[in-house]
Design a protein around this ligand. Structure first.
Ligand SMILES: [Zn+2]
Length: 264
């Protein structure tokens, strides 16, 4: 496990604290920040006012800490070091190297799997609902259902969301678009003794119609969108009129009213 976090830019002597930090229980969501990144003051802009005992905390994180402090002070500095690490982490994980490290962890399911049954255990990504610290705790984003979840373990549930930020998970899929999972049409249908529950079925029908209509309107703009269940033989780039004849007939009326709704 440990060797995964070592970066080739770090010497063996300078990553003890970070090694210890990222391998501690409860810190599995963090990747190891490169020493190069931590020692470039530009990357730390503004953090000196956010973190108490800033210089000592930074020294501790970069393993040049050399202070005879009593236990109380040491504890304070240790706390500051963790906070500083988290805040720098949010900046680091949207860099090329940081994204690559988090991608490795995502592929290994280090952030857990989506609890939604129809997502089939899709890997999650950590995210914050705020970029400022002490607002909300870390949440987990599933790119398959595009929803967010609370972490299962209480150790993870108490981590500040600002250590991951609001944009990281979206940037990851911008940088690695091929990773974006195919969206599925599958969904849970509530039934009573085999019969669909009326209100839920009506809503599902309405949603299906809306989806068809959107599909059609995107087609008018030459934008095709395919769900995982739809066959590969359908035209890839352009909206294939032949393949969508049935759908077209069905939604013509709705599409017209849809345009009216948009005021076009
Ligand atoms: Zn999901």
């Amino acid at each position: 496990m440990m060797e995964d976090f070592n970066s080739e830019t770090d010497s063996d002597y300078t990553s003890y604290w970070r090694d210890w930090f990222v391998s501690s229980r409860g810190n599995e969501y963090f990747c190891e920040i490169d020493e190069d990144y931590l020692t470039d003051r530009f990357n730390l802009t503004g953090l000196n006012t956010e973190v108490p005992y800033y210089q000592y905390a930074l020294d501790l994180v970069t393993d040049v800490f050399d202070l005879d402090a009593d236990d109380d002070l040491r504890e304070q500095i240790e706390k500051s070091a963790r906070h500083l690490y988290g805040l720098v982490h949010a900046r680091y994980i949207v860099t090329t190297r940081g994204l690559a490290k988090m991608l490795e962890k995502y592929k290994k399911c280090d952030f857990g799997k989506c609890p939604r049954v129809i997502c089939d255990g899709h890997p999650l990504l950590p995210m914050g609902q705020a970029d400022l610290p002490n607002m909300t705790t870390v949440k987990l984003y599933c790119p398959k259902c595009e929803d967010i979840y609370n972490p299962k373990s209480s150790r993870h549930a108490s981590i500040d969301g600002a250590y991951f930020g609001t944009s990281f998970h979206s940037i990851l899929f911008q940088v690695y678009p091929a990773l974006n999972p195919e969206k599925s049409l599958r969904r849970y249908e509530p039934r009573i003794y085999g019969f669909k529950v009326h209100a839920a079925a009506a809503l599902a029908r309405w949603q299906d119609n809306q989806r068809d209509e959107l599909h059609y309107r995107l087609g008018e703009f030459d934008m095709s969108y395919r769900f995982i269940e739809e066959s590969e033989s359908e035209d890839d780039v352009e909206f294939d009129e032949g393949a969508s004849e049935v759908r077209t007939e069905r939604v013509t009326g709705d599409a017209a009213s849809g345009r009216m709704d948009l005021g076009n």
